[in-house]
Design a protein around this ligand. Structure first.
Ligand code: NAD
Ligand code: 6OD
Length: 487
């Protein structure tokens, strides 16, 4: 066991809770055990929900928005104070580069708290005047928290995606029960410690560890006394959770899978487009819901683009988190690697040309026990191939040629997912014209994954329900009542 060996505890009603049933947290970098995770059973999940309900009737229920903003900034300060511990936890759980954990994951955790602390005060209401037989009446709206919000988050950007929901939920005055992924308990457990140190009242932030079906995730989503549920993860899991909350008719926000397209026009800045598509296909070892798994390149530059992508993909630095300039870390787990490798196999059966990768790298050291695959590029698949239709969630893309704008718009939209797309062109008029015709939640032009946290975020089709971000988060995490007064 490594010196990092830990016990990941639950946090319920202001107390850290051990449980008898534990399961191992396995490093995806070398297969070693990092620690034991205390699995919350249905009884502990129930206690967490009841503590969250009770806290709404305690001091938290009386806090002003300004007071909550102060507390959220104190939480952000607390994360900053223990920044390197958060980085260590994220790196240990996921095998990503330490540099990425610093620049993206933990930094965004801090930003999420600061942004929603400040945005909370901007949540306005509406007011209307109406002439009636009774006289002039006024109708205005007030915002209230929903109550207890269940937050179920995934493993791919654990800190970023969990805090993206915890921060606005608390800013709006809710209490929360958080169920992080069983693969990534580290930063969530540290966040509970920061909440405790920052003086967040007991029951306001609760953390339950465990799996999904048959474990803490299912117990939380089926709990009759949650008021809303916000979930990020696979589309299939979203559908299961939707059924679980249907009888209780709960508010839902779902950020689900994607099969995103990158579209490269012949008039692009070639080198920037290659660098951009390498980034959008392989960042976080392809495990970002926004990554491009479908790349469409206009025919005049197709061969040159594929060759340049191959050269860049083959040269990407693969290895363990502390390698300088690491670009490809491990996948999250051996189970997930088996899934990605099954698509490598399927692509061959479906007739793909493997331009780059398509295999497991061999290092000759302990990394051979890790969950690595090479960044992979395919060409030659029909648009109907399963590898072009299904989300793989690894460092892999298929590159196909296109001729006209109309053709590529149809190809981009021929998907049951609708999360994101990116376009590479120097023609800004074309960019305006094409992007608005994509059936997706966000399109980037000549860039990728730049996020202004005030903008709406979410998908269409299998990619989700609802929008979060900026005022859209304030709308989701609060309930609006209308008050009509005859003065
Ligand atoms: P997942 O759906 O397997 O798990 C996500 C969370 O749901 C975990 O905490 C898990 O324990 C829990 N869960 C699983 N089954 C459950 C059940 N029956 N009831 C309640 N909870 C359950 O997803 P993942 O593998 O952790 O994450 C990868 C997926 O997430 C990819 O599909 C990716 O595209 C998607 N994702 C989407 C976004 C977005 O913003 N749209 C962002 C990140 C990831
Ligand atoms: O940047 C964000 O706010 C966000 N929700 C990103 C999602 C990334 C998916 O893996």
């Amino acid at each position: 066991m490594s010196s990092l060996h830990k016990l990941y505890r639950n946090y319920v009603d202001g107390q850290f809770e051990q449980t008898d049933k534990t399961f191992p947290n396995i490093s995806p970098v070398n297969g070693q055990e990092l620690g034991q995770i205390c699995e919350a059973n249905a009884e502990l999940v129930d206690r967490a929900v009841r503590a969250a309900r009770a806290a709404l009737h305690g001091p938290w229920g009386q806090t002003s928005q300004a007071e909550r903003a102060r507390i959220l900034h104190a939480v952000a300060d607390g994360i900053e104070k223990r920044f390197e511990a958060f980085v260590d936890a994220e790196v240990a759980d996921t095998g990503r580069s330490r540099q990425q954990a610093r620049k993206l994951d933990i930094r965004r955790g801090v930003q999420n708290f600061r942004t929603f602390a400040d945005l909370g005060g901007l949540a306005g209401g509406e007011c209307f005047e109406m002439r009636t037989d009774e006289g002039d009446v006024f109708s205005y709206t007030v915002r209230k928290p929903h109550g207890v919000v269940a937050i179920i988050s995934p493993w791919n950007l654990p800190m970023l995606l969990m805090t993206w929901k915890v921060a606005p939920a608390l800013a709006c005055g809710n209490t929360v029960v958080v169920k992080p992924s069983e693969e990534t308990p580290g930063t969530a457990t540290l966040l509970a410690e920061v909440m405790h140190e920052a003086g967040v009242p007991p029951g306001v932030f609760n953390l339950v560890h465990g799996f999904g079906g048959g474990s803490a995730g299912e117990a939380l989503s089926r709990h009759p006394d949650i008021d809303a549920i916000t979930f990020t993860g696979e589309s299939r899991t979203g559908s299961t959770i939707m059924k679980a909350v249907a009888d209780g008719v709960k508010e839902v926000s779902f950020e689900l899978g994607g099969k995103n397209a990158a579209v490269v026009f012949a008039d692009c800045d070639f080198d920037k487009a290659v660098a951009g598509v390498v980034r959008s296909s392989f960042t976080n070892t392809g495990q970002v819901c926004l990554c491009s798994e479908r790349v469409y390149v206009q025919r005049p530059i197709f061969d040159r683009f594929v060759a340049a992508m191959k050269q860049r993909a083959d040269a990407l630095e693969i290895g363990s988190p502390d390698v300088d300039g690491l670009e490809i870390g491990s996948l999250i787990s051996h189970t997930h690697r088996d899934k990605v490798l099954s698509y490598f196999e399927l692509a061959r059966e479906e007739g793909a040309t493997v331009v780059a990768g398509g295999e497991v790298p061999h290092f000759g050291d302990e990394r051979d026990n890790g969950a690595y695959v090479r960044p992979t590029i395919w060409t030659g698949l029909p648009e109907t191939a399963r590898c072009v239709k299904e989300e793989i969630f690894g460092p892999v893309c298929h590159i196909a040629p296109f001729d006209t704008e109309a053709e590529v718009i149809a190809m981009v939209n021929d998907s049951r997912y609708g999360l994101a797309a990116s376009v590479w062109t120097r023609d800004i008029a074309r960019a305006h014209q094409v992007t608005r015709q994509f059936d997706v939640g966000i399109v980037w032009v000549n860039t990728w994954f730049l996020r202004d946290l005030r903008t709406p975020f979410g998908g269409t089709g299998l990619s989700g329900i609802g929008r979060e971000g900026g005022r859209h988060s304030l709308d989701f995490y609060s309930s609006v009542s209308t008050i009509c007064i005859n003065p």
